[in-house]
Write a protein that binds this ligand. Structure first.
Ligand code: URA
Ligand code: SF4
Length: 279
């Protein structure tokens, strides 16, 4: 286990850690079932083993039941186990899981979760950093001033919210005061985004701004240094441009954002033609 992940788990109070046990080797009856989750130490502070899909069905698997408390409302699995659960979800399960998610501290301040919006078979996926006040109130990404600019950017390249485009964010709950999401918040939320991408299978991701770009690419870099290149997020081609909220404050960079959109359109053309070409 990496030191980085240990840090995240400790910050979340998920310690001592729970480990995924290999599924029993020869038990045809349990094919496809979730792997069992066992406590390394069995100590009282450890997490209950709860099936994230059902909310409770798995609770009796590993530990005796404790009396319910507020903290038990939606127990949180360790990161690897959560990611594995989420990676198996279909759209309704994913939406329900996000709606009730308490996996990171951002859930405490939210009014609405902001799942994402658009065409679930889109070729284009635009990813921002996280909901602001308007999005938190409405439960939809990019509905404030920055959202209006994003809609205009989409129109400029012949796209429209909801049609061949999906819009999402790194985190689904609003960071207080619009601060950047913290690494542990991104780490807890990323399995949702990852599953959305796996279900949508977009041809191209457009990362909006530094927070999205850096967290998707897992390396520190400026937007200026990342623009104009075809990068990738876990096998999906990705390009980077400025965040529309930044463009509202920095009009000169709008011209650069336009260049980036043209580059994205060219990249999309390339990707399509590559697929159409005979092998
Ligand atoms: N900024 C973002 O990054 N995402 C939103 O949904 C709104 C504003
Ligand atoms: Fe869950 Fe993501 Fe909201 Fe955190 S930001 S509570 S991980 S949905």
């Amino acid at each position: 286990m990496s030191a980085h992940r240990d840090e995240i788990l400790k910050e979340l109070g998920l310690w001592p850690v729970w480990k995924l046990r290999e599924p029993p080797a020869a038990d045809p009856g349990s094919a496809g079932a979730s792997p069992a989750i066992v406590s390394q130490s069995g100590s009282a502070g450890a997490l209950p083993a709860v099936d994230a899909l059902s909310g409770s069905a798995g609770a009796s698997r590993a530990l005796p039941k404790r009396p319910p408390s507020a903290a038990d409302a939606a127990p949180v699995l360790p990161l690897d186990a959560r990611a594995a659960e989420i990676a198996r979800m279909d759209w309704p399960q994913l939406k329900a899981s996000v709606a009730g998610c308490t996996a990171c501290p951002l859930h405490k301040g939210r009014n609405k979760t902001v799942f994402g919006v658009g065409d679930e078979q889109a070729e284009w996926m635009f990813i921002g950093e996280g909901p602001g006040a308007d999005e938190d109130a409405k439960g939809e990404p990019f509905v404030g001033q920055a959202g209006k600019l994003l809609d205009n950017m989409l129109v400029a390249i012949g796209l429209k919210r909801g049609k061949n485009v999906y819009i999402g964010n790194m985190v689904k709950c609003r960071p207080p005061g619009n601060r950047n999401p913290a690494p542990l918040e991104v780490a807890q939320c990323e399995p949702y985004l990852h599953r959305q991408i796996a279900l949508i299978r977009p041809r191209l991701i457009v990362a909006l701004g530094k927070v999205a770009a850096v967290n998707l690419l897992k390396r520190e870099a400026s937007v200026a240094s990342l623009r104009g290149k075809v990068l990738e997020y876990q096998g999906t081609p990705l390009v980077v441009t400025y965040h529309p909220a930044y463009l509202l404050r920095s009009l000169p960079d709008k011209a650069k954002a336009w260049e980036d959109l043209c580059f994205a359109v060219e990249t999309m053309r390339d990707l399509r033609s590559r697929e159409a070409a005979p092998i």
